[in-house]
Ligand binder design. Structure first.
Ligand code: B1M
Length: 560
């Protein structure tokens, strides 16, 4: 914070922030405590503390001395800079950053009508899109919020965007940089193809920033840099994206020096799971025990359940995943673990309660689940019709090349042993959804500039879908007669300390998303409003599917 002008900021934002934590519960709009400050100080304080109350009168006051553009560039943006620094040094939490961004947006909205047509911010511009085949919105939208509220012009064209529409929109809007997002493993390949297309079409003068969970720094900075004729950068999070944009001239010239990448060559770590040889059985099997007795099949085929008490589902929310993963509350440097737990209890737990009340009537939980007789054959899991002989469906899974040579099929009784053991095994499947209303609410909050609420609702929606899957899996274990193995605590439940495991197509042990199509043929979840896109994603977004094994040795594993 050395570069902040001490004449314009006489208070210490850190102290202010700590006070903010002390006095205000998360999500609550604090009162105006800026009366005694100069207009510049007051406006910066509004931004840093994310307080909208009293903002407009202070903006009016500033307009007596400054033009609207000067208010933005010289006062408000330096407040956002402080916010970025506080976040970067681990002293500010993401939800508070979003609250600051909301205030920034409200201020800009107020100032915009007062601007001259020629008043433009020339910090730079970026075209943002989630790549073709990928429906993930939130990461890209967070990047949008952070960049646009730090003075960049952002053209956000949404999800599932082809390279044609990306290039067209970038050209039409005269963007300096293209930013691509994607969470799927396939998206890492789509991004590579996009860069190749840009090469072919002579568009490689435009720098590209890539972000999203399935990417690795090594894949972008080594593999993709090797193929793209222009400049390509990796952003692990929205703030790395902001740093890149802040260094725009050197970004464009390629002189930008990014965070040091790891010395070893890292490739996109999961694309190799699609190697066809992993799916061919060569006779090597794992040591998974063949069970003498298997649970009785509760019923044959598919059933539907739609009667839920929302609060029952909320009990299955993994609060660590929600508070830390989705809402991104982090432990401050000076806090001990118990202090942080206490802070979460006092500040975030009430928020959790509040969002539960908000969403209880919004979610529309629905489940389809099924049991089929089954058996394994090499790397295949074979499902039978009720006659126990006719093949109904067949899934092929990859097998680890080394180590334990695990393959998902091994958790089911081999067909070759049916005669000796007295018949087939049983496999369960489930598809759960919390409906489309949460997504609609998210969109509304986002478009209204209620960024903090947007994050809270999105995170809660995501974890509620996961909670419903957890809740229903417990029901499946109950139906299979596995209650005696149930763990005593939720922590153990989230740690998979029960009999068997639940695997989702697209996850490491069963990575082919295409298998969702087979699952859809079996369960027909369209009857509960769940549909499959061409790219094997489900709508509504907050839906998840799984194949369930009851085998006591069934645990999560990676394919190596
Ligand atoms: Co699922 N899911 N999921 N999921 N899920 C992933 C994406 C997955 C990677 C998990 C894994 O395998 N480890 C995997 C995809 C793997 C693949 O491609 N094969 C996966 C899968 C398989 C699935 C299902 C298919 C499973 C199934 O049901 N069979 C299913 C599909 C759902 C559907 O079709 N509708 C599914 C379901 C779900 C839930 C519903 C339970 C839930 C919500 C999904 C949703 O949001 N729509 C969920 C979740 C929560 C996840 C993980 C755990 C977290 C995603 C998230 O919310 N991140 C995810 C694994 C992971 O990411 N570690 C996973 C938070 C978000 C803010 O981060 O978007 O990454 P992110 O953005 C960050 C940065 O990446 C960066 O900045 C952002 C903010 O800091 N960034 C950029 C992103 N873009 C950027 C661009 C930039 C700069 C920075 O510049 C341009």
């Amino acid at each position: 914070m050395d570069d902040l002008d001490s004449k314009t900021v006489i208070y210490d934002p850190l102290v202010e922030l700590i006070q903010l934590y002390e006095g205000v519960k998360v999500g609550q709009d604090s009162t105006d405590t800026t009366e005694a400050l100069t207009v510049e100080e007051a406006l910066q304080k509004h931004i840093v503390s994310g307080t909208k109350k009293g903002l407009e009168s202070r903006l009016e006051e500033a307009l007596e001395t400054y033009t609207p553009l000067e208010v933005i560039n010289e006062i408000l943006l330096s407040g956002m800079k402080t916010v970025g620094e506080l976040f970067g040094s681990g002293k500010m939490q993401l939800p508070f950053v979003l609250q600051s961004a909301e205030t920034m947006k409200a201020a800009v909205r107020f100032l915009e009508p007062k601007m001259e047509k020629s008043d433009t911010n020339n910090k730079g511009s970026i075209l943002l899109a989630t790549v073709a085949g990928d429906v993930h919105d939130i990461g890209k939208n967070l990047v949008d919020i952070i960049l646009s509220n730090n003075g960049f012009r952002v053209i956000n064209i949404g999800i599932k965007q082809s390279i044609e529409s990306i290039l067209e929109a970038a050209e039409k809007n005269n963007c300096d940089v293209i930013g691509l997002s994607g969470l799927l493993v396939k998206s890492t390949i789509v991004m590579r193809e996009n860069l190749e297309v840009m090469n072919e079409r002579g568009k490689s003068s435009i720098p590209v920033i890539l972000g999203g969970a399935a990417l690795t720094r090594g894949y972008v900075e080594q593999d993709l840099r090797a193929i793209y004729n222009g400049k390509v950068y990796y952003a692990q999070d929205a703030f790395e994206g902001l740093n890149l944009m802040e260094s725009m001239p050197s970004l464009i010239s390629g002189e930008y020096s990014e965070a040091p990448s790891s010395p070893e060559r890292v490739t996109s770590h999961r694309t190799d799971v699609f190697d066809p040889s992993l799916y061919q059985f060569d006779g090597t099997k794992s040591q998974i025990e063949v069970l003498d007795t298997v649970p009785q099949r509760p019923f044959f085929g598919v059933k539907t359940w739609e009667k839920f008490d929302s609060f029952e589902i909320f009990k299955y929310i993994n609060t660590t995943a929600l508070f830390r993963g989705q809402w991104q509350f982090r432990k401050q440097d000076n806090m001990t673990n118990p202090e942080f737990a206490q802070w979460l209890q006092e500040n975030v737990q009430p928020l959790f309660q509040q969002v539960q009340n908000q969403l209880a009537g919004v979610i529309e939980p629905k489940v389809k689940w099924a049991y089929f007789p089954c058996g394994s054959e090499g790397n295949d899991l074979v499902l039978f019709t009720e006659d126990l002989v006719t093949e109904l469906e067949r899934f092929t899974f990859p097998r680890q090349r080394d180590g334990k040579h695990l393959c998902l099929a091994d958790f089911y009784r081999p067909i070759a042993e049916f005669d000796r053991l007295g018949g087939p095994d049983v496999v369960a499947f489930q598809i759960v959804t919390i409906g489309n209303e949460v997504t609609k609410l998210e969109r509304k909050l986002y478009s209204q500039g209620e960024f903090q609420r947007y994050l809270y609702v999105h995170g809660m929606g995501v974890e509620t879908a996961e909670a419903l899957a957890e809740f229903w899996h417990k029901q499946v274990r109950h139906e299979l007669g596995l209650d005696e193995f149930e763990p005593a605590t939720m922590k153990e439940l989230f740690g998979v300390k029960y009999a068997g495991a639940r695997y989702s197509f697209g996850y490491p042990a069963c990575p082919r998303l295409e298998d969702q199509a087979k699952l859809f043929r079996l369960l027909e979840p369209e009857t509960i409003g769940v549909n499959l896109t061409e790219e094997f994603m489900m709508t509504p977004e907050q839906s998840t599917s799984a194949i369930i094994s009851h085998h006591p040795q069934a645990k999560y594993f990676n394919i190596r």
